[in-house]
Design a protein around this ligand. Structure first.
Ligand SMILES: [Zn+2]
Length: 458
């Protein structure tokens, strides 16, 4: 979800295996005080916080393969104007709900593209956008695309800037690639996937790019499910509202944002790749960017995060799972430079406080002892960011324990302030060490030593 620290993942690095992680093995069956209704959380698989890697900053000139044939400056300017006009029309079509306008510059021979663009249009309209605009980034050159579409082929990376009504606190940017050709003096769109492999993680894999969906709204919640999956959509709204209450109750930051939750029949949504995971995660929270990595700065500027649910886990979404993910969303815009042990530990902290409120302290105490007895001895240090999500050890449990320890020593408010400082300023290990030491008196090394001797207050 939030950005990989620059030291760990330089622009253009491979996407880290994000996602999963851990098998909670949690079985909580308790009778609620009122009415004795059973509440069960069975063998939950948990979360992943995907940290997208900054996409590569490309030069203004096409660099792949052979250079395109040189064009006169006038021809280039004319093409630029034609494509700019296309992009303006496209945004206007969404704003004014004009499908005909949206589809008017598509390759008439490409039935599949037309079908997909119809779905895209319907999805964008249904989302409710306060703002939408597209702009050309830079031209890209791809010999394969030229071969397929002909010598006039113009492949361009496009920035889509949008703001979903009552979801995004600021306009955010995502990227895609369009292929145009000139036919009878007119520039038309012939393809929108040629560039997909060369874009940043999750690009052109936004929730609206995938299939026709339906939207369910409540205050501070927007849920996206497959068209017709109405019952599920409503159920997730209910759980999400509970999760928001938990995050508000158990995490001190005054956050008034909203959550978008996508529960679609898709294994690849945004930067989540559920099918590729060794240990499957139930959900992940992936960043939105007010400025993309590589656009103004290498890391970009995180605006918030959207939650996506593993399609296989869609039947098991509850407020406990969501409270973990919502904690990530509620801290996403701080910057994303906090260490993963703190990010995942805090999310687990909130989630377990919720379990405690439902089932009493027994289950939490039992789980805490299990982490101390079984997970802690298997590690030699606090889990590092590198390989966090592919670690077979219970890094979530140990991270949670570290946060419990810090809360016991310093109080929750101080831990939340530590989180905020690290998320904003922990841009490299030296900065992290300095912040941690100043605010807690511990380094990561001494924190680990104390954690080994931690005795929970019961
Ligand atoms: Zn997480």
């Amino acid at each position: 979800m939030s950005v990989m620290p620059p030291s760990a993942a330089p622009p253009g690095a491979q996407v880290p295996p994000h996602g999963p992680r851990r098998w909670l093995g949690l079985i909580v069956v308790v009778a609620l005080v009122s009415g004795g209704v059973g509440y069960a959380v069975h063998d939950r698989e948990r979360d992943a916080r995907a940290r997208p890697v900054p996409s590569v900053t490309v030069s203004a000139q096409p660099t792949q393969g052979t250079r395109p044939p040189s064009k006169t400056a006038a021809a280039v300017a004319a093409r630029r104007l034609a494509v700019d006009t296309f992009l303006l029309r496209r945004a206007k079509a969404v704003r004014t709900v004009d499908e005909r306008l949206f589809l008017q510059d598509l390759d008439p021979a490409n039935v599949k593209l037309r079908q997909e663009q119809k779905i895209l249009f319907a999805n964008l309209v249904e989302l409710g956008l306060d703002e939408i605009g597209y702009s050309q980034a830079e031209e890209r050159f791809d010999q394969v695309a030229v071969k397929e579409h002909g010598s006039s082929t113009y492949l361009v990376r496009v920035l889509m800037r949008y703001q979903i009504h009552q979801v995004d606190l600021t306009p955010v940017t995502t990227e895609l690639g369009y292929t145009f050709v000139q036919r009878a003096g007119r520039w038309i769109l012939v393809d929108d996937t040629d560039l997909d492999d060369d874009l940043g993680p999750g690009a052109h894999q936004e929730v609206w790019d995938l299939g026709r969906f339906e939207v369910h709204r409540a205050p501070r919640v927007l849920v996206v499910v497959e068209k017709g999956d109405t019952r599920r959509g409503r159920a997730i709204v209910t759980e999400a509202r509970e999760a928001l209450v938990q995050v508000t109750t158990y995490w001190p930051r005054k956050w008034r944002g909203s959550v978008l939750i996508a529960a679609l029949d898709e294994a690849e949504i945004r930067d989540a790749r559920f099918a590729d995971e060794d240990i499957e995660s139930a959900a992940s929270a992936g960043s939105t960017f007010s400025s993309l990595p590589g656009e103004d700065t290498a890391d970009g500027t995180v605006a918030g995060a959207y939650i996506v649910i593993n399609p296989k886990e869609r039947d098991r979404i509850d407020e406990i799972l969501l409270s973990h993910e919502v904690t990530h969303v509620a801290t996403a815009d701080l910057g994303g430079y906090e260490p993963l042990w703190l990010a995942e530990g805090a999310a687990e902290y909130v989630s377990w406080r919720g379990i405690e409120a439902i089932s009493g302290p027994g289950d939490v105490a039992e789980w805490e002892q299990e982490v101390i007895d079984e997970a802690l001895p298997l590690l030699q240090a606090l889990p590092s960011d590198l390989g966090f999500y592919s670690n077979n050890a219970d890094v979530y449990g140990v991270s949670w324990l570290a946060v419990r320890f810090l809360v016991q020593r310093l109080g929750l408010t101080a831990v939340a302030e530590l989180y905020e400082d690290l998320a904003r300023h922990g841009t490299d290990q030296a900065a992290r060490d300095r912040i941690l030491l100043t605010r807690t008196g511990f380094t990561e090394a001494t924190l680990w030593i104390y954690l080994k001797e931690y005795e929970p207050q019961r």
